[in-house]
Design a protein around this ligand. Sequence first.
Ligand SMILES: C[S@@+](CC[C@H](N)C(=O)[O-])C[C@H]1O[C@@H](n2cnc3c(N)ncnc32)[C@H](O)[C@@H]1O
Length: 201
Amino acid sequence: MPTTSEVKHHIYTDRKWIEAGEFNRDKHQLTMEVRETYVGQSFVLLTEDFLLSLQQLCLNFENIVELGAGIGWLGHWLGKYGITLQTSIDNKSWSDFPQNRYLDLVQQMDSLEYVLRHPEVHLYILAWPAEDDLATRIWQSLIPGQHLLYIGEGKNGCTANDTFFDIIKDHEVENESTRIMKQSFLSFDDFHDQPYLYKKG
Ligand SMILES: C[S@@+](CC[C@H](N)C(=O)[O-])C[C@H]1O[C@@H](n2cnc3c(N)ncnc32)[C@H](O)[C@@H]1O
């Protein structure tokens, strides 16, 4: 798994080239090509630093499940870092992911149905949910004490709906682990996703 500095050396991330007043046409071209190929596999840009931060964060939770997991790469790589998920759930409805691309660890099921049947789960991971009411309904279905690690864009972005951001805003967990997680996270250039941990009160 590449480190954040290795990724940043090769491609632009987090709109940093604008801040730095730097523009290299070849690097920009490569950034666009890598991003386009990568999102056919994973919307989350995975790095060594981010996975190490998740490894630390996940040590606080016993039963962890990823919802809307897509191909399943996040769960796969967490496993390599010693964090075994209870399962990875996806209903395999995403037309950009061919059916034969899903990893074996991905169980075909509706996310909401899974949440309603599994009160024993301590942490749900939800990355890049579509701009519909699914993230909102998942949050509303969690029981007190359950956590949601949401990786996505903010209000008016490309993930979840406005209601989601209204109802989670007072539930963010901010501590040393989440600070390191956010600091280690990279977004593809022109994406605005970030990881946030929420606790249902
Ligand atoms: C934008 S993709 C993100 C996939 C993955 N989390 C990632 O970051 O690469 C959204 C995923 O949610 C899945 N999905 C959408 N609605 C779902 C539902 N009701 N239950 C389970 N999965 C769902 C889609 O099949 C798709 O794989």
